[in-house]
Each structure stands twice: as structure tokens, then as C-alpha cells.
Ligand binder design. Structure first.
Ligand code: GLY
Ligand code: MN
Length: 462
């Protein structure tokens, strides 16, 4: 946990953003996966962690803005629990660790909310994303479960996004440490990428390194020789010489800050000529995009810069024809690069996504596109100092998409389908790093992870 002052300051900052009423936060509950007592690993809600720091299930909190008082709600364990769990700090002790002097039971929460409702006070809450929380809220607030999400407080959502998007020194250190652990995960994965090995053998080692050096993985490991499927969680393929292995994996710290890194390597450790050619286009796009990061630049423009580098490279390699700017404008590149350049990173690996992507990534100036490809860009607005973003361009040969576009003769003047057809067995390449927006530019967080053709071949030969 951070020092109590961190949480006190964060709540004070939030108070400055919310004019009046109560702000109600829900922690997460333990969730069973096959019978009640066999639960998934507990993961606390990220905004609850941010403002209240406590990492136990079934807690709630209220900030009474008008009375300038914060409350934590939770029940103390009894002797039956202690027999199974060992001695636990009391709610009062836990609350004081995060600078909250009023700790009450869950029954008291029902009373406080009931009274506030009777008095017609505004109750702000964030959009929930778990069924258990929605049902809890339905009981407490008397709002039908189908109406809960739409009644979330827009002013609270915007305030929480504003605060959580800007990372402080402690948070940046946490994320950087997790990139260092991801570095170990990825190097171990690269070294294991030999013909004959099954993907799950590598995935197990990668996840084990996360667990032994930090917390759990920050999202289910993506590890596949079928990298053309963007989020491929199937780990049953045997690695073969001519394929490339995509590993997209990161981990969480004790305090739940995430890393998110992708590397793509040739099975066996030596890039073929055609692998190298495509890899270097993605590498160029990754480097150009990182170097373009600075406060004031719209992330959508950096996405389009990466798209341009990819289009230029694919033109040189004979896949794309015609004018590069026109091709990018039309979205020709989306056959190969159909997703967005990146997303914010923090307590959530797609930071704050539960608040609504458009609130996080778009604003009055930058509106979300509806076009294929650009519509998948989770974040488009201008960057600010202390944002942490992923930069993750890729090139993929998705046979099903190629077939559809070819049948439609889509962008026929721009796409060399004859050549593209020959790459339907290629797979995909993505390269992802975690980037801090600094005062004047960018900082790549964490230890450098092998990324150039030479670095990857070297580490895989050791
Ligand atoms: N690393 C997975 C993702 O960004 O969606
Ligand atoms: Mn990512």
C-alpha cells in the first residue's frame, strides 16, 4: 500500500472536482468459478484501490462532499473466518492505513444511503461491470439493475479519468518495475521459441515468471504462432520453423499496476528474409510512433503516423500501390493493421476502460471515427504530461479478411492481391512498449527488451 497521505491527497483532489452530494464506491467481491467456496483470485476494483487502497473483498466507501468526511464500510471477520484465514486487521485498523477515520459496518451503509435518498441528495457512482456489484447497487439504491449503468455519474466519471490518467512518480515506478518483470517473461519466452515445443509450455513459464516475481499476469497471456488472430489465447500449437511467435504479456504489481508488452520472434531464432522484411516495417512504425509522443500531440495523429510508416513499408515491399497519403486516408492499411495503436496503462491494463472508452479516449475536439480500423482506436485525443500509453503497431495477414476484401475487389487500385495471397500463411507481427509522456517528449518505461532483429537473434542464440 502507498502511504496514507497518497490516498488522502487523491480523495482531496477528487473533492475539488465534485461540487456536492455523496460519492459512493464499491469494492469487488469474491466470485466463485465452479462452486461457492472455490473462487477466482480476488481482484479489487481499480478506482477503489486508487482512492481507498484496501485490497479485500466486500468493502464500500462514501465520500460525503458536503460534510468533507470519508467513510469505509465493511464487516470485521469473526472467529469462524479467523480459523480459516488467520488473524485479520479490524476494519478500523485497515481504514486508518488509508487515512479514513470513520469505519462502519455494511448495515450502516444501508442506513446512510437510505437517509441520503430520503433527503434527495445526489449520489454519484461509477459504472459497475460485475453482476454482483450491480445487484448490490440495485438493493442499496433501489434502482432497477437494467438502469444502474445509465445512471452512473458523468461528472464523477470525468473526474476519475482526469485524476487516474495523470500518473505520479510512485505509480510510474510501479509500472516500470512491472515492465522489468515483463522483460524477464519475454526473454524467457524468446529463448524457448524452438521448433517442436508446444505453445502452452512457453505460456506456463511466462506466467510463472510473473507470479514468482510480481503478481499475476495483467490479462490472459496472448501467445501464438497464429499472431494474425489479435487476441489468441489458444496455446495448443506446436511451434514450427517457418512461423513467428507473438507473445503479448504483462504482469501486475502488489498494488495492481500493470505492464503490457508484445514481442514477435522467429521460431528457431533466425529471421527469414521475408520475416525480416515485414518485421522491420513494424519496428519502424513502433519507433516512429514512440518518437512522436509528446504533450499536445493527438494520439490519433500518432496512430495515423504509424499507419503511414506501415503503408510506406508495405508499398516498398510490393503489397500496396499508389499514393501513400491517399491510401492511409482511405484506410487501405487496415487490411494489415486493423487495430488501434495503443491505450492508456495503469491500474487497469486498458486503463479506465470500464468508465467508457469514449470518455477516456475522446473529447469535444477529437471524436471517435466509425471507419473500420480507426473505430478500434481506443484513445484518440491529445496526450498530456504523465499519461502512460502503450504503443503497439502490427502487421497481420488475416486470411479470412483478405478473402473478403479480395472478393469485393476492395481498394483494387491500391492492393496487390497476387502478392498478398502468397502471405496468407505468414501470421502476424506486433511490437508493443509502454511509454510515459514527459514534459518535452517520451520515456520508454522499464529495462530495454530485445526488439531489433539483431537483438532478438542474439538473445535467442544465447
Ligand atoms: N495486450 C492486449 C491488449 O492491449 O489488448
Ligand atoms: Mn496492449
Amino acid at each position: 500500500m502507498f502511504p496514507a497521505k497518497t490516498y488522502i491527497d487523491r480523495r482531496e483532489n477528487l473533492r475539488q472536482e465534485i461540487p456536492s452530494g455523496l460519492v459512493l464506491f464499491f469494492g469487488n467481491e469474491d466470485v466463485p468459478f465452479n462452486y461457492p467456496a472455490n473462487t477466482y483470485s480476488f481482484r479489487q476494483d481499480s478506482s477503489f484501490l486508487y482512492f481507498f487502497g484496501l485490497d479485500q473483498p466486500t468493502l464500500a466507501a462514501v465520500m460525503d462532499i458536503d460534510n468533507h468526511t470519508d467513510y469505509l464500510f465493511g464487516n470485521d471477520v469473526d472467529i469462524d473466518d479467523i480459523i480459516w484465514m488467520g488473524k485479520q486487521p479490524t476494519m478500523k485498523e485497515r481504514s486508518l492505513q488509508v487515512g479514513v477515520h470513520h469505519s462502519l459496518s455494511l448495515k450502516d451503509l444501508i442506513e446512510m444511503i437510505g437517509k441520503a435518498k430520503k433527503e434527495g441528495r445526489k449520489i454519484h457512482y461509477l459504472p459497475p461491470y460485475r453482476g454482483e456489484t450491480i445487484l448490490w447497487m440495485e438493493d442499496l439504491l433501489g434502482i432497477h439493475h437494467s438502469e444502474i449503468k445509465k445512471n452512473a455519474s458523468e461528472s464523477l466519471i470525468k473526474a476519475v479519468i482526469k485524476l487516474r490518467m495523470s500518473k505520479d512518480e510512485l505509480e510510474i515506478r510501479e509500472i516500470s518495475r512491472m515492465v522489468d518483470v515483463a522483460c524477464m517473461m519475454h526473454i524467457a519466452g524468446m529463448k524457448m521459441a524452438k521448433p517442436g515445443i508446444i505453445e502452452r509450455e512457453i505460456a506456463g513459464v511466462v506466467e510463472g515468471i510473473a507470479l514468482s516475481n510480481a503478481g499475476p499476469v495483467s490479462f490472459p497471456v496472448i501467445l501464438s504462432i497464429n499472431g494474425q488472430t489479435l487476441h489468441n489465447h489458444y496455446h495448443g500449437n506446436v511451434l514450427t520453423e517457418e512461423r513467428m511467435l507473438v507473445i503479448d504479456a504483462g504482469c501486475e504489481s502488489d498494488l495492481h499496476y500493470a505492464s503490457d508488452i508484445t514481442r514477435t520472434v522467429p521460431v528457431g531464432g533466425k529471421f527469414s528474409q521475408r520475416q525480416k522484411e515485414i518485421y522491420e516495417i513494424v519496428w519502424n512504425a513502433n519507433m516512429a510512433a514512440i518518437q512522436a509522443v509528446k504533450p499536445g500531440v493527438a494520439f490519433r495523429d500518432i496512430h495515423l503516423l504509424a499507419a503511414k510508416v506501415i503503408t510506406q513499408g508495405l508499398k516498398q515491399a510490393g503489397f500496396i500501390m499508389g499514393d501513400v497519403d491517399e491510401a492511409v486516408n482511405l484506410g487501405v492499411h487496415t487490411l494489415f493493421f486493423p487495430h488501434g495503436l495503443g491505450h492508456p496503462l495503469g491500474l487497469d491494463v486498458h486503463d479506465l476502460e470500464g468508465m467508457g472508452e469514449n470518455f477516456v479516449g475522446y473529447d469535444d475536439e477529437t471524436k471517435r471515427s466509425k471507419e473500420f480500423g480507426l473505430a478500434f482506436l481506443r484513445f484518440g485525443r491529445r496526450l498530456q504530461k504523465n499519461f502512460v500509453m502503450t504503443i503497439e503497431p502490427g502487421i497481420y495477414f488475416i486470411p479470412e479478411l483478405i478473402d473478403i476484401w479480395k472478393a469485393e475487389n476492395k481498394f483494387a487500385g491500391f492492393l496487390n492481391y497476387g502478392k498478398i495471397e502468397q502471405y496468407k500463411d505468414f501470421g502476424g507481427i506486433r511490437i508493443e512498449d509502454d511509454i510515459l509522456v514527459t514534459e518535452s517528449g517520451f520515456r520508454v518505461l522499464g529495462k530495454p527488451i530485445p526488439k531489433t532483429v539483431e537483438e532478438i537473434e542474439k538473445v535467442m542464440s544465447e
